[in-house]
Design a protein around this ligand. Structure first.
Ligand SMILES: [Mg+2]
Length: 203
């Protein structure tokens, strides 16, 4: 039986930090997992920038509350959930993701969480576990699921490689170039077709 593990940002919703960068005018905040492959290096730099500019969790949540899912994402998620179970597996934080998940009909989310102080400053981030995306796939496989994994960036690669079917969805060229053996899909319609074919073959 198949189950789907999908990344969030870049697949269903815009990149949160790019939008925070646009809204705040802090250029360096636009770096994402698409640019820096080491997530800890990236997150430490982001928190340092927030501190330097006195931006709180509330400021970031304000920006996120203005974001909408990517065009067609809700329809795709709705379609997918009529066919298979979906788990959104993200390297974002529960404090950021909730307004976006709500707009997608609240699929199950596995992600990380933040630590804030009394003034609402983000003082640390807590990864649920190391290599969390890949671990989700392994856990589901131990429950006898076959996993279809969808993602767009460096931080998805180990999840995609562990899955029975790993799909790069609209990745940037540098990710394609470095992982040119992975399947690349560029529209929700193509995703639907690939997933439908796989399920039909199984039945
Ligand atoms: Mg992503």
């Amino acid at each position: 039986m198949y189950i789907v593990c999908s990344d969030l940002e870049g697949v269903f919703v815009p990149e949160i930090w790019i939008n925070v960068s646009k809204q705040t005018g802090i250029d360096e905040l636009k770096l994402t997992t698409r640019d820096i492959s080491d997530y800890n290096v990236l997150m430490k730099r982001r928190l340092e920038l927030l501190r330097q500019h006195s931006l709180t969790l509330h400021d970031i949540q304000k920006v996120i509350s203005l974001l909408k899912p990517l065009p067609g994402a809700l329809e795709f998620v709705d379609w997918l959930r009529t066919r298979l179970q979906l788990i959104v597996v993200s390297d974002t934080f529960i404090e950021f993701a909730d307004p976006l998940l709500k707009q997608l009909g609240r699929p199950t989310l596995f992600c990380h969480h933040l630590t804030t102080d009394n003034a609402g400053n983000i003082i640390n981030y807590n990864l649920r576990q190391k290599d969390a995306k890949k671990k989700v796939v392994e856990a589901l496989q131990s429950l006898n699921y076959k996993v279809i994994a969808i993602g767009d960036s460096y931080n998805d690669i180990s999840m995609l490689r562990k899955a029975e079917l790993g799909i790069l969805y609209n990745p940037p060229q540098n990710v394609i170039d470095e992982h040119n053996d992975l399947m690349v899909v560029k529209s929700y319609n193509d995703l639907k077709e690939i997933i439908s074919q796989l399920i039909d073959k199984e039945q």
